[in-house]
Design a protein around this ligand. Sequence first.
Ligand code: SF4
Length: 536
Amino acid sequence: MHDFTLHADAAAVDDPDFAEASLDRLKQVLFQHDADFSRLERVQIDRVFDRKLVHAIKYNRQVMSGDRPLPHQGGPKGVPTTAGPDIENMKFYVRTYGCQMNVADSNEMGRHLKAKGLVETQDPDDASIFLVNTCTVRQHAEDRAFSEIGRLKRWKAKRPGRKVVVTGCAAERTKEYLEDRFPFLDLVVGAKSIESFEQLAERLLDRRATDEDLDYSVSTIDQKVAAFVTIMRGCNYSCAYCIVPYVRGRESYHSMDQILGEVRDRVSEGAREITLLGQTVNSYRHGENRFADLLRAAADVDGVQRIRFISPHPYYMTDRVIETMAMVPQVCESLHLPVQSGSNAMLKRMMRNYTREHYVALVEKMRRAMPDMTLSTDIIVGFPGETEEDFRQTLSLVEELQFDWGFIFKYSAREGTPAAQMDSLPQTLIEERHQQCLELVDRIALEKRLKLVGTTQDVLIEEGSVGRTHTNYKVYVRREAQARQVAAPRNVVPGEQVRVLITNAQRATLEGEIHNGNVTFENFWEEDSRVRTCSD
Ligand code: SF4
């Protein structure tokens, strides 16, 4: 059908060259003339004769043969307007799989592209560069990324000059396989080389021919209220199930100056909440400085209202870090502390470097220092060798520590890790345990959330009417007046911190109303700013 339609189009303009050309030759000519190939796809799909396309082809042929002068700007779509790269007018689209480290890496790569004049778009159809930042922690994440990459062959063919870039952990682990299986990829950058992305992207853009896609006006500033700042890369641990040390290498730390510079940059772009990121983020060290010093220094940066960090390792939750969390008002009293199992036998087999007793004692210490803190965790069920008794101990730990929420993972073997050599449990057993653990964690999480109904929380608005409490609950905020159907005093805007009365906690995202109690909004703001300027 494709062949037939193209020939029909060509015949309709009385052009024997086109009518007799093979499909490949037609494509070649169209690409050469920078014609809008996506329109041809439409012709193919809709079986509609597209006169504009034919006119564009005809126009280009007249230009090339000298019958028509080369236009400076604004010729019909499809006519090249410059001979060299037109980076300023290119858009890129980023798809991120995996953890917050990957989100931060995507943001960083995005900033490098923006610094070169490219513009981020949320619509892949608009983009000239499609960047897939992959994750390899679980097979499922890798499979999803690979099937997305496969579909990009068609995306790329729709417009000349398009580029596909694959980065991240799966790119590190399977670079050769990726290049082999998807020969249309323009650049593959493993997780260990993300810091060289700027130079690699330079070469990618230099190789670019022309880009016809004009008309861009999106802001190049990342205006997120909550921003990530990577403080270290890699991991010195070797948890038996984890691929990270192999794909990200050993720990390396950014300097305090570099990190604080980035925090200031994010604040100047509109961020009010900064999340410090690292695989074992609290093992940070640079010169004499340790993680607690970095927390305090980041909290001191003008404009920073909140600091969070992820993912900490129990081993490095030192007294100084706990004291800093408790004493520095900007450091949020909320912690995601992966425990993985409640059984000492499993923790040993997983090579986690702590025991159940250590973990429990640590949580008790933190709760004494911060009675209102929220605690969430990661748990792996079905790790090789996990007995009924081991699993029961995990459930009992969940009951004992009453996590505010948690992520429960079914064990999935990753090639190249020590655990992949161990005998796996039957999948049905893993599924059953997963379901059982999930139900328990969800039940406790709901009970904890329901206790928040009727309390008042400070919510930092991130986007629209949604923000977060200090303790990291997501809250959908309605104005009190709006709820009563009368004129509201004002709207909330991203970056504002408002006091919110929690009215519903059935779902993971709480609901609440702006609450001014007995004070006016003006008084409320004065009171709030006093709280924020309190020294520790
Ligand atoms: S601490 Fe363990 S689980 Fe976390 S990244 Fe390092 S090896 Fe993986």
